[in-house]
Ligand binder design. Structure first.
Ligand SMILES: [Zn+2]
Length: 255
């Protein structure tokens, strides 16, 4: 028995001493309440599983991709009063990223995908700054919930512990999902000032004032089958991206 060769945490020095990966994938989640019924590690479970399946598909087509261990804490600055939501400040994320990229850059893995699994993580300004600091690196950010038209898979919208996330967890870790009668309805409040819902002005939401059960979006139509279908669709699309990045020449990216 040996581990999957594209999952760093499962492989070994015997396999890696002469390895040469093209692309590193860094999944990044969060540790936070997900309505009443989903585990605090929901974003990490999703990131682990999706990144691994996407990497498997790319690997089997010849892509030299390696998935790094998932960073389990994310930005939860809007939830200081929600018990044991563990916040990592953006400045801490900058330090972690900078250290990880220093290793990759030194060792000649010049393509990095930050595989984001949590809406509060905002890597764009960090990646702009890191791009200046590490000019040989190509750093990109993917946010998997945006890969597909979710309306083709799910009836209800939302963005936290909703029908989509509940379906995914029913597929990935059903033993960690509380029974249906425990599920909150995920109803949430919006800003009274209309400009915020129009999207041209933004402020962080004070989560505990917006949602009573911490969810945003009703999970009631969630099923394992929907979760499996969405999981397969997202991982296939991500796997294709990983493969294309493996083959890409980062000095010749534009057409
Ligand atoms: Zn989540």
């Amino acid at each position: 028995m040996s581990g999957r060769p594209y999952i760093l945490a499962e492989t070994n020095w015997e396999s890696l001493k002469n390895a040469a990966f093209e692309v590193a994938v860094l999944p990044w989640g969060a540790t936070e309440a997900h309505n009443f019924h989903l585990p605090y590690a929901t974003d990490n479970i999703e990131a682990d599983a999706l990144a691994a399946e996407a990497a498997r598909q790319a690997w089997e087509k010849g892509g030299k991709v390696v998935v790094l261990p998932t960073i389990p804490y994310g930005v939860n600055t809007g939830q200081p009063d929600i018990y044991l939501d563990i916040n990592l400040n953006p400045s801490t994320q900058m330090s972690i990223l900078s250290d990880v990229i220093t290793v990759l850059n030194r060792q000649g893995i010049h393509k990095l995908v930050i595989f984001n699994s949590h809406g509060g993580n905002d890597f764009k300004p960090l990646v702009r700054e890191l791009g200046l600091k590490f000019p040989e690196m190509f750093i990109c950010i993917s946010f998997w919930p945006q890969t597909m038209d979710r309306a083709k898979f799910f009836q209800e919208g939302g963005d936290h512990a909703e029908e989509m996330e509940t379906s995914l967890l029913l597929h990935l870790r059903p033993e960690l999902v509380l029974p249906r009668e425990k599920w909150g309805d995920g109803s949430s409040k919006s800003f009274k000032i209309k400009a915020f819902s129009e999207g041209w002005v933004w402020a962080e939401r004070k989560w505990s004032q917006v949602s009573a059960d911490t969810g945003i979006g009703n999970p009631k139509y969630a099923t394992r089958e929907k979760g499996e279908a969405f999981f397969m669709a997202v991982s296939e699309k991500m796997g294709q991206l990983f493969l294309e990045l493996c083959k890409a020449d980062i000095d010749d990216l534009y057409t």
